[in-house]
Write a protein that binds this ligand. Structure first.
Ligand code: R7I
Ligand code: MG
Ligand code: MG
Length: 349
């Protein structure tokens, strides 16, 4: 489809759910042989398994809250979103939330809370979390707002309800930017795509708080930019081993060690790879490759899935995979609603 077509919206939101659901199998695994990944994925195509159901985790649970809030309020409303996060957590606490964020979600449930951003600021001795929990739920911001400035602003605020460290919320900004650009067809020219991400993040990470957090945490001056440069170097190479990707970019629970990695997975899988089945299209390659990295597989596959889904569109999503994943149908329906909101906003301006 053309830029910002309905197919791209559906692909993005559905493939994010798929990544989360199929990635859950390997979350936290140190080494994941490609053979195990392919076996897991071919299990989804086995019709005899009938009601195979892979449950979604916190990644999708929180993304659904963002979607519902944006649709219900026709835009960003931090009070409403905070309430939805708290309610969702108390209804289903067993979705695999990060161990720190649970405290925030409990505090957000309090009706006496004056500032909904305060519980997040209290995390980790007042520095805030740099986990990838803000980034894993950032895709709806790219699907609700056509304007790049608003995508950045609301992805950041949406993340700050739980992640007040700039290395957490800037991961969400980067993920939303990647989906926004992919939706426009920017992955047709991969070099330009990565350059655009770098120039945007140069500005984002030039802010005072970001420079200060990077200094305190002993990271590069502009940590996400540094990683994106590594992504650009790796994507230019014909052969890259999984070990190199992990050591250069990471596969961990920090946003810095997972968002650039997810972006790399998408870029690397734009072409067929000899260790992936020939019958696989780009979306299947992206998800399979993300799982093979091990580590935070549900989240990396969820983020890579969203970016890839926005590029390839819903036609690239295998129906058998979709049938196996809890929440995939809902995501498809909601993508259409977000598509309307996005195009409505364009006309309103
Ligand atoms: O970021 P968050 O929501 O976790 C998301 C991850 C995804 O992989 C999900 O699929 C789920 O499995 O969890 O939750 P947080 O608790 O904010 O952060 C996750 C973890 O990162 C924390 O439990 C810490 O181990 C680590 N972490 C930190 N450690 C030290 N200092 C995050 N921030 C800090 C920090 O500032
Ligand atoms: Mg999860
Ligand atoms: Mg995870």
């Amino acid at each position: 489809g053309g830029p910002a077509s309905l197919s791209r919206f559906r692909g993005a939101l559905v493939a994010a759910v798929l990544g989360d659901c199929v990635g859950g199998e390997f979350e936290g695994a140190e080494e994941v042989p490609m053979e195990s990944v392919l076996q897991h994925l071919s299990g989804l195509e086995d019709e005899t398994k009938g009601n195979c159901i892979l449950e979604y985790s916190d990644d999708t649970a929180m993304t659904r809250c963002v979607v519902q809030s944006l649709l219900n309020r026709s835009g960003f409303d931090e009070q409403d979103l905070a309430r939805r996060f708290a309610k969702e957590y108390s209804a289903s606490p067993g979705r695999g939330y990060g161990s720190g964020v649970i405290q925030v979600l409990k505090k957000l449930a309090s009706p006496q809370l004056a500032d909904v951003f305060q519980p997040a600021r209290d995390q980790f001795n007042g520095r805030g979390s740099f986990g990838n929990g803000g980034a894993m739920r950032a895709v709806p911001f790219a699907l609700a707002f056509p304007d790049l400035v608003e995508v950045k602003r609301f992805a950041r605020l949406g993340a700050m309800l739980t992640h007040s460290c700039s290395l957490g919320y800037n991961g969400a900004v980067l993920q939303a930017l990647a989906v926004h650009l992919s939706l426009q067809g920017a992955l047709n020219v991969p070099r330009q795509f990565i350059s655009k991400l770098i120039s945007e993040m140069e500005e984002v990470e030039g802010e005072e708080e970001a420079l200060r957090d990077a200094r305190i945490l002993k990271e590069a001056e502009k940590p996400f930019c540094e990683r994106l440069h590594k992504v650009r170097d790796l994507m230019d190479r014909s052969k890259v081993s999984i070990e190199e990707v992990i050591s250069e970019l990471g596969n961990g629970i920090a946003a810095l060690h997972s968002v650039p990695t997810a972006i790399f997975c998408v870029l690397h899988c734009l072409q067929p790879r000899d260790y992936l089945p020939e019958k696989y299209g780009g979306l299947e390659r992206t998800i399979a490759y993300s799982l093979a990295l091990g580590g935070d597989t549900d989240t990396i596959a969820c983020m890579a899935g969203a970016i890839a889904g926005a590029h390839y569109g819903i036609e690239a999503v295998p129906q058998s995979w979709m049938r196996c994943c809890e929440g995939a149908e809902d995501a498809d329906v909601n993508a259409e609603r977000l598509h309307s909101l996005y195009h409505q906003t364009t006309q309103g301006d």
